[in-house]
Design a protein. Structure first.
Length: 467
């Protein structure tokens, strides 16, 4: 009987109708894991800032992608950005201040040990040396509700700081997207110029063939060669711009300057009237942050006013060791009521200051809403204009391509001259370049509009790809 051979993923093995070779199978197990480690290692080297360490499914999915996607660039940028790390530290600090406020309404217990030595004078009933060891408890009972208002205020500020952190991430994603699509646009522009140069070279070759038979002049060749040199100059300029954009991309993401970017990015095309986009303004993280700060400022006004109210504290002592006439007293408790009578006008001044801060927070909220509305209206108009421009340039490219083919045929029969053909070729190439630039501008504006309208939850899980 003929042997049947099969291959499973990494290790080929021989399947024959005979008893299994256990020893051979056991020797294959280490080879399997060695090979598996090599694959994972290569994947991590190819995408060091993108691929997760765990999860082979995610690794193989990333390997299949033709370059770095926009979402992967965002992930790398957020991991690298010092500004985002600083925002996260501020969120952590706000959380600790909130916990401190909660702790302020809880009792405090301290252990106190003291030893006193005094001058022994006549008539003093207390011994010359005294020592005390005790546990003290202090429980705030009433602070004019300021302690609970303070907890509410710090909770709002903690949440506002978290929203501010999300807003910073959105701004970073916009910067990364701008560099991402600028690189792709520059690379496409260079490719178009290279194609135009090849067309010029072919044109020169055709003209020299015609010169040999006396149907063209040397000046026609010089015109095409002059255009070719001008195209090379444009290439040099665009290469410089591309290098600058790649350095910016590396600065933002930490990825290598020569990283291959995924040119198949197809962001969702924003649709619908502008009002449908404006309705999402209050869900933007920067708006929510300003709303929370406005609420915190309102709470601050109440806290300042409540400083006029009395405070009540409970203080207790439990004596573990005590000398002197009161050595038999094991504990005592004190209920202290403090009524503010006059503080030099500071309480009234703090109330006015808090009211001014409340007005300032309201102005910041109104300004943020107006800026968000203006941004969405501008981007919505830009996206629609970009889409119309892409459509018209596509038609223009189709017409110019037909014109070039027609003029080439007419040139062969003498109905058109070389200048007309050269101008038509240049017009076709410039239209193609303008179309590609418009497409990338449309992609970038679409991403910006999607980012501008994202809520806080959507910002934490960004997705801009189309179906």
């Amino acid at each position: 009987m003929r042997a049947v051979y099969a291959t499973w993923g990494i290790i080929p093995f021989e399947a024959k109708p005979r008893a299994p070779n256990i020893r051979k199978f056991l020797t294959m197990i280490p080879l399997f894991f060695v090979r598996l480690r090599q694959i994972v290692s290569r994947a991590r080297m190819a995408w060091p800032a993108v691929l997760p360490v765990a999860g082979l499914t995610a690794s193989y999915t990333s390997l299949a992608a033709p370059g770095i996607s926009l979402e992967q660039a965002w992930m790398a940028a957020e991991q690298r950005s010092e500004s985002i790390a600083d925002q996260e530290e501020q969120v952590a600090q706000a959380g600790e201040r909130y916990r401190q406020a909660i702790g302020s309404v809880l009792p405090s217990i301290n252990a106190v040990a003291s030893r006193t030595r005094q001058d022994k004078s006549a008539g003093i009933a207390y011994p010359r040396e005294q020592h005390t060891t005790k546990l003290t408890l202090t429980q705030p009972l009433f602070r004019g509700f300021r302690e609970y208002e303070g907890i509410s205020q710090l909770r709002d500020l903690k949440e506002a700081q978290a929203e501010t952190s999300e807003a910073a991430k959105k701004a970073l994603r916009s910067d990364v997207a701008q560099a991402f699509f600028a690189i792709l646009s520059n690379e496409k522009d260079l490719a178009n110029l290279s194609a135009e140069l090849r067309a010029c070279e072919q044109r020169v070759k055709d003209l020299r063939d015609r010169i040999r038979i006396g149907r063209s002049r040397e000046t026609e060749v010089l015109s095409v060669e002059s255009s070719a040199v001008a195209l090379q100059a444009q290439q040099a300029q665009i290469r410089g711009v591309l290098a600058a954009n790649r350095e910016l991309f590396t600065f933002l993401t930490g990825l290598a300057p020569d990283s291959t970017l995924n040119d198949t990015e197809n962001p969702r095309t924003p649709t619908g009237p502008v009002q449908s986009w404006l309705s999402k303004i209050d869900e933007r993280p920067e708006i929510k942050a300003n709303v929370l700060r406005d609420e915190a400022a309102t709470t601050g006004v109440r806290m300042a006013r409540e400083a006029h109210l009395p405070t009540i504290d409970l203080n207790g002592n439990y004596y573990l060791d005590r000398s002197g006439p009161q050595n038999d007293v094991k504990w005592d408790a004190t209920l202290a009521v403090t009524l503010p009578v006059f503080a030099g006008g500071t309480t009234v001044s703090k109330t006015r200051e808090a009211a001014s801060q409340k007005a300032q927070a309201g102005l910041a909220l109104a300004r943020a809403r107006r800026a968000a509305e203006q941004e969405i209206r501008t981007l919505h108009a830009a996206v629609n204009a970009d889409a119309e421009q892409v459509t018209l340039l596509s038609k223009a490219l189709e017409i110019s391509s037909r014109n070039v083919e027609r003029l080439k045929k007419e040139y062969q029969t003498g109905l058109a001259n070389n200048l007309e053909v050269l101008q038509a070729i240049t017009n076709q190439a410039e239209t193609a370049r303008a179309l590609d630039k418009a497409r990338y501008v449309h992609k970038f504006d679409s991403v910006k509009l999607l980012l501008a309208s994202q809520s806080s939850n959507e910002s934490r899980n960004p997705a801009v790809k189309g179906n």
